[in-house]
Design a protein around this ligand. Sequence first.
Ligand SMILES: *Cc1c(COP(=O)(O)O)cnc(C)c1O
Length: 359
Amino acid sequence: MSSQNPPAPRATVAAIPTYVAGKPPAPRPGQQVYKLSSNENPFPPLPGVVEAAEAAVAQMNRYPDMGNSALYDALAGRLGVPREQLAAGTGSVAVLYHLLQAFCDPGDEVVYAWRSFEAYPIAVSATGAVSVQVPVGKDGRHDLDAMAAAVTERTKVVIVCTPNNPTGPSVSDADLRDFVAEIPDGVLVVVDEAYREFVRADDPIDAVALQAEHANVAVMRTFAKAYGLAGFRVGYLVAHAEVAAAVRACALPFGVSTIAQAAAVASLAAEAVLLERVDALVAERDRVVGGLAEQGWSIPDAQGNFVWLPLGDRTAEFVTAAEEAGITVRPFAGEGVRVSIGEPAANDVLLAVTGNWVG
Ligand SMILES: *Cc1c(COP(=O)(O)O)cnc(C)c1O
């Protein structure tokens, strides 16, 4: 007999929120349009990266190096950590999935700030763990005291997103150290540093040094933002060797492609140019932040490659105005809009829209 009822997935799957990707701009005849909705790097790939990727294309009939050897060697040299402490994945989001799978049983708790990176509740639900969301302050900062207080016997992982996507502020090294001191040894503190290169705040975090002192600290980084490899999907973890081994054990075999590995290694070799470009983006960010302040906007401290406009129930209205002006931004319904720092002309469009905005 044929059945019309498919097998049921785990109950937790129905609870997985949908990832809302930043929209690409629709073409507008006679008008230049810009995508400021996904925190991508507006610069083209770093020197030597396209060539390295093209050379790797010729090996697409072979599986990638499953051990990510060249990438781990380059990162180990760059960071001064043994390669045993590294775990790579197809973006740091994939690394987070692997980490949660390695550390969380169903019903275990994962504490993180909210609003923060939208991939967190998705990854936690997919694992079958439970999200414990601790509201950020009005200034968009993590409430680290409340996060420490939210840790229970069921907590396995605490995520600190710094700078926080989408609100912008970063956590200081001193505050992170005080926080880690409050967290039990059996709870893993994951520091998500996707935007670390853009931080210009006083007392920036040295997460790798902190990790060396605390076996329960793990650092997540990505090639997607400052390094400009969003489309190639490479991220990594720096953690205690046993933590890193557990994360590697849960990783998809052959996840990071040959091309992505080659591009990441070539990007690390081009770090001097990378830092110049990051400086240029930071200068643009500061110009945008200054322009917004002159226009009378009050926004949280912007330490990533984006700004947060807390528009509340006028969010949708702003998105429409931005689209008409030629920029797509990332709305969070009823809360606000995250706008990536793009090329200067795109940032000019943003300042024109915000300047016309009657607050
Ligand atoms: C963009 C981003 C990442 C990186 O994601 P990838 O999977 O590496 O592209 C991680 N964390 C935060 C907070 C981000 O905004």
